[in-house]
Design a protein. Structure first.
Length: 307
């Protein structure tokens, strides 16, 4: 792997395989309550411009389980909140820390931090990409199906950071991806154009969710109103009418289709209780796998784990 995890597009298929291999091993060790401390004495700084449940808890718990320490840094409690440059922050934190995880709004912030920092930088989420989430989702598929090769994955809803990361993963791995999004809420043109150039036969965007889920192995969705979009609530609820992942939509797919949601969910909006808590749901499995995938990333980037 490269020094940083900024975007899944930067990974090779071999990088994906190595992350999944290490995550599976670390998960097995965790289930056996086996102590394994390859990051003893190392510190991860966690910068949060956006609040979080899963990202903070999984990274902090993961560092503890690997023998290291995680330090929570709220954006407004640092000099970043008072206008200090990314460059100056990156150079100083590189003298104190062994790696930095950042959850922020602009992808350019992560890219600038990674460019200026002398230690690994991990993208915990931006408005453009959510790489750790999709790695956890794919690990969940592998645990169930044995492989992602040849599967049909469907993403329903907003063409957001989760959709973009699904696209980047499909460009690197051999599975088909269909995204069903309402008009005006498709993925970013630059992401789609790159996908069309590099994987046009395997990635497509449609407007009919029922058409999309036919013969799907995985159905994934996300909230219709993300952080920072609260003022658009009514407009978005109206626009996404018909794109709910409900019992009728799931019934139009394979009997054993896996349903995923990156959480937090707005139950009754983008997904129903019956689907979320139903037999096809892998939602809490994928949430758990954030811990194990991120431990693998931390071990690889901070511990110099050799492939």
């Amino acid at each position: 792997m490269q020094k940083d995890l900024v975007c899944l597009y930067d990974l090779t298929s071999a990088d994906f395989d190595f992350i999944f291999e290490r995550a599976a091993d670390l998960k097995a060790r965790h289930k056996r309550a086996e102590l394994y401390h390859p990051l003893r004495g190392k510190t991860l700084g966690m910068i949060f411009e956006k609040p979080s449940t899963r990202t903070r808890v999984s990274f902090e718990a993961g560092m503890f389980q690997l023998g290291g320490h995680a330090m929570y840094l709220r954006w407004t409690d640092t000099q970043l909140g008072r206008g200090e440059s990314i460059y100056d922050t990156a150079k100083v934190l590189s003298r104190y820390l062994d790696a930095i995880m950042i959850r922020t709004f602009a992808q350019s912030t992560v890219e600038e931090l990674a460019r200026d920092a002398d230690v690994p930088v991990i993208n915990g989420l931006t408005d453009t990409y959510h790489p750790c989430q999709i790695l956890a989702d794919l690990l969940t598929v592998i645990e169930s199906r044995g492989s992602v090769s040849g599967m049909k994955a469907v993403y329903i809803g907003d063409g957001n950071n989760v959709a973009h990361s699904w696209i980047n993963a499909a460009m690197r791995l051999s599975f088909d991806l269909i995204l069903a999004c309402p008009s005006g809420h498709e993925p970013d043109n630059s992401v789609i154009e790159r996908a069309c150039r590099e994987a046009a036969t395997r990635i497509s965007v449609v407007s009919d969710p029922f058409e999309a889920v036919r013969d799907a192995d995985v159905i994934s969705t996300d909230t219709w109103v993300s952080m920072g979009q609260e003022k658009q609530y009514r407009e978005r609820i109206k626009a996404f009418s018909g794109f709910q992942v409900n019992e009728r939509l799931v019934a139009a797919s394979k009997k054993d289709v896996m349903v995923m949601h990156c959480l937090p969910a707005h139950r009754g909006e983008e997904i129903t209780d019956g689907v979320m808590d139903g037999p096809n749901s892998a939602i809490f499995d994928q949430a758990e796998n954030r811990l194990h995938v991120q431990k693998a990333i931390l071990e690889i980037l901070m511990g110099n784990t050799a492939r």
